[in-house]
Ligand binder design. Structure first.
Ligand code: PLP
Length: 365
C-alpha cells in the first residue's frame, strides 16, 4: 500500500473530499436518539432541495444499502399487485430492473435494446398501444453500462399522456444531470449517496411523490425494503431498522458541500469540463469514444481500448500510476474501458490522466 491518492475513475464509490471523510469521525450515535432523528430529517430535506422539491408533495426515503437496494425498494414497493410494469432495457441496469420485477413476481414486460442503442420511442409507443394495461414504467436515466443519457424527457411525456406512473433509476445521474420531477411527471426515482453526491457507499434513497404511496402495495412484498414503512417512520423521526449512522454524517456533509459549490447545475458544469478534457485529450491520441458526446452523460464516458492492449494490461499500467479505470460489462468487456469523472477530483488530476495514457501508449507503438 502506498499513501498516494488513488484517483477513482470507476462509477462509484468516488474519491471523497477531506471534509466528507472527516465527517465519518463524528460522535458515536444511537439510531433511536434525537440527534439521529435530526440528522435523518436534515438529510431528507437536503435531498429534496437538490432539485427544489416541496416536502408536502415529495418525500426522500433513506435506506441503508447500495444503489440497488433503492432500485429494488422502488420497484417492489410501488408497483401494486394488480399493476403491470414495462421495463425499458438498454444496458445492465435496465436489465437489473427486470430482474427485480421477476424476483418479486411482478407482472411485467420489457422493451429491450442492444446495449449501444438509444431508446426506440416509436417502439415504445407501439408497445404501449398494444398493452393498454400497463400502469408503471421503469427506466434508467443514465445507463452507466455505456454512458448513455437516456431520453427521459420523451419517455416521461409519453407516460404523462397515458397516466402511467414513471419509476426512474437515477442512481448515476442524481445531482449532476437535469431531473425535472414536477414538469416531467416523475413518480419516484432511486439514487445513492456515493456517486454524483460524493458521499460514502452505504446509503441510498428513493425520492417519491407522496401520493404514490397511496397507490402502492398494501401488503408489502418485502420486509426490509418496503418504502411505505420507511416513509411513515421517517416522517415521525424514526427508522424501522438500524441505519448506517456514519454514512449519514458523511452524506449530510457532502450535500452541504454541494450546496456551497452551487448545487447540481454547478456540478453538471464541472463534470462536463472534466469529461470534455478527457474526451478531447484521448481523441488527440487516437482513442475513440463509444458514443457521441451528444448521447453521453457528463458523468461517465466509455472509450474503445487502444490498439494492442487488453483491458487488464491497460488497467494495470494506469493503476501503477494511481488511476483506476473501469472495465466494460458483458460483450463490451474486451473492447471498451470506462472513465467516470465523479467525485472529489480536479482538472489537474484529469490532465495528468491524459498524459499518463499518452505515455503508456507511446511505449508500445
Ligand atoms: C451504480 C448503479 C446502480 C447501483 O449499483 P450498486 O452497486 O448497487 O450501488 C444502479 N443503477 C445505475 C444506473 C448505476 O450506475
Amino acid at each position: 500500500m502506498t499513501n498516494d491518492k488513488m484517483i477513482l475513475l470507476n462509477p462509484g464509490p468516488v474519491n471523497l473530499s477531506d471534509r466528507v471523510r472527516n465527517a465519518l469521525l463524528c460522535p458515536d450515535l444511537c439510531h433511536r436518539e434525537v440527534e439521529f432523528s435530526q440528522l435523518q430529517s436534515r438529510i431528507r430535506e437536503q435531498l429534496l432541495q437538490v432539485y427544489d422539491l416541496e416536502g408536502d408533495r415529495w418525500a426522500a426515503v433513506l435506506l441503508t444499502g447500495s444503489g440497488t437496494a433503492a432500485m429494488e425498494a422502488m420497484v417492489s414497493s410501488l408497483v401494486p399487485r394488480n399493476g403491470k410494469l414495462l421495463v425499458i432495457e438498454n444496458g445492465v441496469y435496465g436489465e437489473r430492473l427486470s430482474k427485480i420485477a421477476k424476483i418479486h413476481d411482478i407482472n411485467y414486460i420489457t422493451l429491450s435494446h442492444p446495449w449501444d442503442a438509444e431508446i426506440d420511442i416509436k417502439g415504445l409507443i407501439k408497445l404501449l398501444d398494444e398493452n393498454t394495461d400497463i400502469t408503471h414504467l421503469a427506466v434508467v436515466h443514465h445507463e452507466t453500462t455505456t454512458g448513455r443519457l437516456n431520453n427521459l424527457i420523451e419517455v416521461a411525456a409519453i407516460c404523462q399522456q397515458r397516466r402511467i406512473e414513471l419509476l426512474v433509476d437515477a442512481v448515476s445521474s442524481f445531482g449532476a444531470e437535469e431531473l425535472n420531477f414536477t414538469d416531467w411527471g416523475i413518480t419516484a426515482c432511486a439514487a445513492t449517496a456515493n456517486k454524483c453526491l460524493h458521499g460514502v457507499p452505504g446509503t441510498s434513497f428513493v425520492i417519491l411523490r407522496r401520493d404514490a404511496l397511496l397507490l402502492a402495495n398494501t401488503i408489502p412484498r418485502t420486509l426490509y425494503l418496503d418504502l411505505a414503512t420507511y416513509c411513515q417512520q421517517q416522517d415521525k423521526g424514526g427508522t424501522p431498522f438500524t441505519q448506517s449512522v456514519q454514512t449519514f454524517y458523511a452524506l449530510a456533509e457532502a450535500l452541504q458541500e454541494m450546496v456551497e459549490a452551487g448545487g447540481w447545475r454547478a456540478r453538471h458544469r464541472s463534470y462536463s469540463q472534466l469529461a470534455n478534457l478527457v474526451r478531447d485529450g484521448l481523441a488527440s491520441i487516437g482513442i475513440k469514444p463509444l458514443l457521441s458526446s451528444g448521447s453521453s452523460s457528463v458523468v461517465l464516458n466509455a472509450y474503445y481500448l487502444p490498439d494492442n492492449f487488453s483491458y487488464e494490461e491497460f488497467h494495470d499500467q494506469l493503476k501503477a500510476q494511481n488511476y483506476v479505470i473501469y472495465s466494460g460489462q458483458g460483450n463490451l468487456a474486451q473492447s471498451v474501458f470506462r472513465v467516470s469523472t465523479m467525485g472529489a477530483i480536479t482538472q489537474a488530476d484529469m490532465e495528468r490522466f491524459v498524459s499518463v495514457v499518452e505515455k503508456i501508449i507511446a511505449l508500445v507503438t
